[in-house]
Design a protein around this ligand. Structure first.
Ligand code: ZN
Length: 326
């Protein structure tokens, strides 16, 4: 390639980055195909504390967030407006997103914005589920309906390890079809098990629980959702043992104290794994969450411009095997 062409390409790229009509592309690897969230209230993200509770003097809060004020808050979308509002934000911010949910719900999102929505779906709870039927559903989704990621897999909520042999058949299918899997590991706020979900186990969010699964399925590509927070040492141990493992910072990025979030991301990047950290929101109720959490990465003074682009776009494009130019 001649020097002239190189500089022309460079100029074109710079121009594309600078047009206000089209900000640099971003991929959100962790969204949910909700309709409405009637439970959602206005929230202040990155609350600085989690509070203790007393079983005798309730009510006990399901996340334990302290009630700090902020302005502006993140507001839930008006009833019936959620999908439209989120898709409008994706258009405005130039975001493509992996949207998880049951097949029919995700298809609605994809039909409304085929260029913005990358469809994902997963098997449901183990207890009381017809495994053969789930496998058939997944096979159709991934081979005929264009679904791209198997997630969100919520085994931790059932207190089940991802290496449990009862779920091996689903991961074997993903490996055979060359579909990446996205597994919930970590986070949960305060009181997740004793207040909100009795079968939830913090210990089942240990990233090292993936090791036996990955030994059985060496080609499996894994997205550890919520980056295994707060088990950073185990997360780094897994990243060094398995180069097909990526992490997302969804949920974590807005639901924990800001200093702690930045320290966790910095640790992943400083340890040398900056090409496997992916931006995500866990978008499920507040349309403004996307812009808010992008800003947290954009404003991170410990990240270089290149590291920010890797987290906001390049790593996910590589993990999902998207066209790097788009
Ligand atoms: Zn999750």
């Amino acid at each position: 390639m001649s020097l002239a062409i190189v500089s022309l390409l460079g100029a074109g790229e710079a121009a594309a980055q600078n047009t206000s009509a089209s900000p640099s592309p971003i991929i959100d690897v962790h969204m949910h195909a909700m309709a409405d969230a009637p439970w959602a209230v206005p929230v202040c993200p990155n609350q600085a504390r989690f509070e203790a509770s007393d079983p005798k003097n309730g009510p006990e809060a399901p996340f334990g967030w302290s009630k700090e004020e902020c302005s502006p808050k993140l507001y839930p979308a008006p009833k019936g407006e959620y999908m439209k509002a989120v898709l409008a934000e994706m258009e405005r911010l130039n975001v493509r997103g992996v949207v998880f949910g049951d097949v029919e719900a995700v298809k609605k999102w994809h039909a409304a914005a085929p260029d913005r929505v990358i469809p994902g779906t997963a098997f449901g709870r183990i207890e009381g589920t017809d495994a053969a039927k789930q496998l058939r559903m997944l096979e159709v989704a991934f081979t005929k309906d264009g679904f791209k990621v198997m997630g969100e897999i919520g085994l931790q909520y059932e207190g089940v390890s991802p290496s449990d042999m009862r779920v091996d058949q689903y991961f074997a299918l993903a490996e055979k079809l060359d579909i990446p899997v996205a597994i919930h590991m970590g986070t949960g706020g305060s009181g997740r098990a004793n207040v909100a979900m009795p079968t939830y186990r913090g210990s089942m969010g240990n990233p090292l629980l993936l090791e036996e699964l990955l030994a059985r399925h060496p080609k499996l590509r894994v997205q550890v959702m919520h980056a295994g927070y707060p088990m950073i040492d185990n997360m780094l141990t897994l990243l060094q043992a398995n180069s097909h493992v990526y992490v997302d910072v969804a949920g974590l990025i807005w639901s924990y104290p800001r200093k702690e979030v930045n320290r966790y991301i910095a640790r992943l990047v400083d340890a040398g794994f900056g090409d496997r950290v992916m931006y995500g929101t866990d978008q499920l109720a507040w349309p403004g969450l996307m812009a808010y959490s992008i800003a947290l990465i954009q404003n991170a003074d410990y990240l270089s411009p290149e590291q920010k682009r890797d987290i906001l776009y390049n790593n996910a494009a590589r993990f999902l095997r998207l066209d790097p130019a788009k």
